[in-house]
Write a protein that binds this ligand. Structure first.
Ligand SMILES: Cc1ncc(COP(=O)(O)O)c(C=O)c1O
Length: 436
């Protein structure tokens, strides 16, 4: 849909009304799926002579026309720096930038748009909490609780912090290939000296959907501050930060139909008020003197320098798009494809499948006997199927599972069961090739 420039608001409107509804999650009809696919120009191409089957969505998603148009529109009509200028273009850019903050608050059901901080992505959001909250609120001997399935971006920032202040790390165990968290000792692990719990909502390599509401409720009872890594969840299901009950929620726009280089850190106001600035520079100050400065109000206090204006504004179009389709329906579609892939892949001889047998997200990680994941992915690419092979930034989990890498297919709203069938067909060919 063509974005329209709105002279009055100075912002971009994408052309459909977005009222935030938690829809019921009915499956997509074939006609709807076809329409969705038509929204994504990149999908309609051949790769190495075969129709592209894009199954690397956990790494990054493709972008619908509405998002691409919003980005082009911004640079063709409204490009200027935000918050500083008095001229028309700067006002437009500022309005559209701040409108995205309001949009994001609605998308996550935050209490206020002041609880939305723009970042570069999930990784930066977690680093921001480590540098601005944890550095000042934790001390030597305090414990940071993580899980064994965390992405490197939810492990390494805590290792850096722990080294700096003498805090300790502990991990909620994952029970084997099925990849479900063992919560039997959670209450014990949440006792002092644990002060902070940081967990992934959905695992990027296992497809496990963690019960974050329950985990955060148990953490709250123990007075433990909670961070949820929403990289794999925020574009794939309805996310309500108040219902989850977390203190922080970090996400990346590029995994949810939006541009790269933009993310959101949601922070509960009570916690944001306990934080010092993350970086120093323009825009985050109220007054600067040679020896001392005071800070802008929250959330600007945490956004130093010129932000990624165009991509933030186009991210708004991505949120509109996801809500137009319906996030509960996207979740339903993801889970259907995840279950279908699990069933079809299980039938391949000698396959080792990781992640839950039931209730999995749209992610399927596997090993084809002793065929290296890089060989699987390289040959699949020759047949137009885009997969990912490696440790998926989950090296500690891979070590625990006794593997160095897996092949991974990850699905999104535009993928179809026929594409899963194509994946299985290609994998069977690969097995045959290596057996010969
Ligand atoms: C679970 C999880 N957390 C964090 C990240 C990091 O996201 P980004 O690189 O966008 O910061 C990823 C990326 O794959 C992820 O899957």
């Amino acid at each position: 849909m063509e974005p329209k420039h709105d002279e009055r608001r100075g912002a971009i409107t994408i052309g459909f009304d977005v009222s935030w509804t938690m829809d019921k999650g009915a499956p997509f009809t074939a006609a709807e799926l076809e329409k969705i696919r038509a929204d994504f120009p990149i999908l309609h191409q051949k790769v190495h002579g075969h129709p592209l089957v894009y199954l690397d969505n956990a790494a990054t998603s493709q972008k619908p026309r509405a998002v691409i148009d919003a980005l082009v529109h911004y640079y063709e009509h409204d490009n200027a720096n935000v918050h500083r200028g008095i001229h028309e273009l700067s006002n437009r850019a500022s309005n559209a930038y701040e409108a995205t903050r309001v949009r994001a608050a609605k998308f996550l059901n935050a209490r206020s748009h002041d609880e939305i901080i723009f970042t570069r992505g999930t990784t930066e959001g977690i680093n921001l909490v480590a540098a601005s909250w944890a550095l000042h609120n934790l001390r030597a001997g305090d414990r940071i609780l993580l899980t064994e399935m965390e992405h490197h971006s939810n492990i390494v920032p805590w290792q850096l912090l722990a080294d700096r202040i003498g805090a300790k790390l502990a991990f909620i165990p994952v029970n084997g290939d099925e990849g479900i968290l063992d919560l039997s000792r959670l209450d014990e692990l949440l006792l002092a000296p644990t002060k902070l719990l940081s967990i992934t909502h959905i695992s990027n390599s296992l497809g496990t959907i963690n019960p974050v509401e329950e985990i955060c409720a148990r953490a709250r009872k123990a007075d433990v501050v909670t961070i949820v890594d929403g990289a794999q969840a925020s574009g794939h299901r309805p996310v309500d930060v108040q219902e989850i009950g977390c203190d922080f929620y970090s996400l990346s726009s590029h995994k949810m139909c939006g541009p790269t280089g933009v993310g959101i850190l949601y922070g509960r106001m009570e916690q944001l008020q306990r934080m010092s600035p993350y970086q120093g520079g323009g825009d985050m100050i109220s007054d600067v003197d040679y020896l001392k400065s005071s800070w802008a109000k929250i959330p600007h206090k945490f956004e130093a320098g010129t932000p990624n204006i165009g991509d933030v504004i186009a991210f708004s179009a991505a949120m509109d798009y996801l809500d137009k389709i319906g996030r509960a329906r996207i979740a339903q579609h993801d889970m259907e494809l995840g279950a279908y892939a699990y069933e079809r892949l299980s039938a391949l001889e000698g396959i080792r499948l990781f992640g839950p047998k039931k209730g999995r997200a749209g992610v399927a990680s596997f090993l084809l006997k002793d065929i290296h994941a890089h060989d699987v992915v390289t040959i699949a690419d020759q047949r137009g199927v885009a997969l990912r092979g490696g440790h998926h930034c989950n090296q500690p989990l891979m070590k625990k599972l006794g593997v160095s890498s897996t092949s991974r297919a990850s699905f999104y709203l535009y993928n179809t069961k026929e594409e899963v069938d194509r994946l299985v067909e290609v994998l069977a060919e690969i097995q045959k090739f290596f057996a010969a």
